[in-house]
Design a protein around this ligand. Structure first.
Ligand code: SF4
Length: 309
């Protein structure tokens, strides 16, 4: 089927547009985009194409004039809109149109090049977190669990979502767009290769950020030595092998890590909300990824229970 056949087929399938109001026009157009993109097998997000089209002169002119058009004019305009949309799907612009799709999937990982925006204090420390060596994380590619081979610094995500903390979901806008990090500038939903090229760029680490603040670096080292993810993993392994007999070992490690964090925060006057950057995420917070959670009995006893989720 040629492209004009496809458009003709869609025009017939979606009905005569002469009596549609602007809202119906938009609804039908989004239905068309959805079905055409599925048929063409493109991996592009629907929103990406929609945003690009909405910013085009063709779309804006048709939408603005639609209410004043004669029914016969509407049919011509509708066909023009579909043809133009089809062209956008086939030849998507190699530029970010700020549709926000990437920002909804996760907060970016930072590279050494991003140190400057931190030095200029444009990004507060409480918006950052460290993923430590050996920490289990879900791969953004296939959602599989992987254990990090080296640490990463990331922007936080909003609680209960995967959205970047700097993403405004109402306006679909990045609230720090001029200062967005390298990964966000390089991310190209229209070309997977551009993002892959970033793999050669050095990642940012706590050593870069805490450079010169020896006391914080020492705390980081001490915490990594006493509360490593390797220790936590081994404790869970023994728990499994012993069929629950060694639960106290896990609880002790969790309590120790928790105590360490609060002790450091109090003694060194470190705001609690920056601990996730200096020491990484707490063991307790990471438990669901190991399939557990901690509950507290009325007498204060802590219990480790399997997480039903
Ligand atoms: S920093 Fe801005 S562009 Fe980058 S993921 Fe967050 S909201 Fe999106």
């Amino acid at each position: 089927m040629t492209s004009s056949d496809t458009i003709q087929h869609q025009v017939e399938a979606m009905g005569y547009p002469g009596n549609w109001d602007v809202e119906t026009l938009r609804k039908k157009w989004i239905e068309f985009l959805d079905s055409f993109m599925k048929e063409s097998g493109t991996a592009l997000p629907l929103k990406r194409v929609r945003y690009q089209m909405e910013q085009s002169i063709t779309y804006q002119e048709i939408e603005n004039r639609w209410a004043r058009m004669e029914p016969s004019e509407r049919l011509t305009a509708w066909k023009r809109l579909l043809e133009s949309s089809e062209q956008v799907i086939r030849e998507v612009l190699p530029t970010c149109v700020q549709c926000g799709e990437c920002c909804r999937k996760s907060g970016p990982t930072l590279h050494r090049e991003d140190l400057e925006i931190l030095r200029q204090e444009r990004i507060p420390w409480n918006r950052l977190l460290t993923l430590r060596l050996g920490e289990p994380v879900r791969s953004p590619m296939d959602d599989k669990l992987v254990f990090l081979q080296e640490e990463r610094i990331k922007f936080r995500e909003k609680e209960g979502t995967q959205e970047c903390v700097f993403f405004d979901a109402i306006t679909d806008q990045c609230t720090i767009y001029p200062d967005r990090p390298l990964q966000c500038r390089a991310q190209a939903c229209w070309d997977a290769n551009q993002s892959r090229e970033l793999a050669g760029q050095p990642y940012l680490s706590r050593r870069d950020i805490l450079n010169g603040v020896q006391v914080l670096l020492d705390m980081r080292d001490e915490h990594d030595r006493r509360c490593s993810f390797e220790q936590l993993q081994n404790a869970f392994k023994r728990l499994e092998e012993s069929r629950g007999e060694t639960v106290d070992e896990v609880l002790k490690l969790l309590a120790y890590e928790d105590h360490f964090r609060h002790f450091i925060a109090e003694q060194m006057n470190i705001p609690e909300d920056t601990l996730d950057l200096i020491l990484g995420r707490s063991f307790v917070e990471m438990l669901p990824i190991f399939g557990f959670r901690v509950t507290e009995e009325p007498d204060g006893t802590k219990c480790l229970v399997a997480d039903e989720k």
